[in-house]
Design a binder for this molecule. Structure first.
Ligand code: NAD
Length: 337
């Protein structure tokens, strides 16, 4: 295809292994001739008073302006007087849904061959509202906030995703038998949205039963939507089904159509700077960003090159049982393009 003006996208290389795996994305995009111009932003070493965080106002503006971005892992510096970097991004950009596709990689054997799940996590409230206090000595309280607005928004996103991605079923995951008011409201909102999508099968599954079913037979599920904490846990469980954190991508969806893709894993300080990190998770996150931009040809080509490299088995990083460096593995992907 002939594209004249490049699309601008924000890139946060992040901390630890972040710069190494971000470099890998830049190289693969270059080799695949992706019409994207990266606008790189770094986490500062001083608090920006406008954001109360080490992320500058200019960095946030860049994502708002571009509407798309890719984020490496960020290690939150310890100390008082600032907000967590990930929380700042989530709140300031109103990143209300975290979408994590999780599928078996052909040629990389795990306990299951048939995993093909999408978890959609509410990303702004629930147990992660950050409202905790001590009532009296020895008694603390944490507020789990569920609102109709945020629940409808994430449910709407889940059903729309299912419909536009050829998915057949949405399962709402909950514990409404115990959390009657909060999870009860979440379910009520999911049901309301489900009525607008009669072509999509809707079901409700209690979280404990869901965990048992997922590890017994992941093929029982298709798209899963759930409140914040359950989503955090279930999506890592799903990552474990297909081979671990080095492989699983995600994309944060924000108000006004913002898409900020990121790997699920952290900055991996134990292997940082050693050319050992597996860039697959960030690369596949970048692929979700391309799909969001409807650059489907490029997305498909890059995804196939990654999967073929892993399937071939000649170049794999240590987390997948191989002995390749990040740079060798990246070069092998470029050669597969
Ligand atoms: P981690 O995900 O960084 O590491 C867990 C284990 O997985 C480590 O052994 C690591 O070597 C391995 N691992 C992770 N990604 C890998 C990759 N791409 N290739 C090969 N191996 C990989 O989790 P952690 O050690 O608990 O956290 C480290 C730091 O990252 C903390 O400061 C934490 O706050 C931060 N963190 C950030 C994010 C984010 O930015 N979204 C998410 C999780 C953790």
């Amino acid at each position: 295809s002939s594209v004249s003006t490049p699309i601008r996208a924000t890139l946060f290389p992040g901390d630890g292994i972040g710069p190494e795996i971000a470099e890998s994305v830049k190289q693969v995009f270059k080799a695949a001739d992706v019409p994207i111009e990266w606008e790189e932003h770094y986490v500062g070493d001083q608090i920006d008073p406008r954001t109360q965080s080490f992320l500058t106002w200019e960095s946030l503006e860049s994502v708002r302006q571009n509407g798309v971005g890719l984020k490496g892992p960020m290690a939150t510096p310890i100390g008082k007087g600032h907000r967590s970097l990930n929380l700042t991004l989530r709140k300031e950009l109103n990143l209300y849904a975290n979408v994590r596709p999780c599928y078996s990689l052909p040629g990389y054997k795990t306990r299951y061959d048939n995993v093909d799940l999408i978890t959609i996590r509410e990303n702004t409230e629930g147990e992660y509202s950050g409202l905790e206090h001590q009532v009296v000595r020895g008694v603390v309280e944490s507020l789990k906030i569920i609102t109709r607005q945020a629940s409808l928004r994430v449910a709407e996103y889940a059903f729309h995703y299912a419909k536009t991605h050829g998915r057949e079923r949405v399962s709402a995951i909950h514990k409404a038998n115990i959390m009657q008011k909060t999870d009860g409201l979440f379910l009520k909102c999911c049901r309301e949205v489900a009525e607008k999508y009669p072509e999509i099968t809707y079901e409700e599954v209690v979280i404990d039963n869901c965990c048992m079913m997922l590890v017994k037979n992941p093929a029982l599920f298709d798209v899963l939507v759930m409140p914040n904490l359950y989503g955090d846990i279930i999506s890592d469980l799903c990552a474990g089904l297909i081979g671990g954190l080095g492989l699983t991508p995600s994309c944060n969806i924000g108000e006004g159509g913002i898409a900020l893709a990121e790997a699920v894993h952290g900055s991996a300080p134990d292997i940082a700077g050693k050319n050992l990190a597996n860039p697959t998770a960030l690369l596949l996150s970048a692929v979700t960003m391309l799909r969001h931009l409807e650059l489907h040809d490029k997305a498909e080509r890059i995804q196939n090159a990654i999967l073929n490299t892993i399937a071939e088995g000649k170049y794999r990083t240590a987390d997948l049982g191989g002995s390749s460096t990040t740079t060798d593995f990246t070069k092998a992907i470029c050669d597969h393009l």
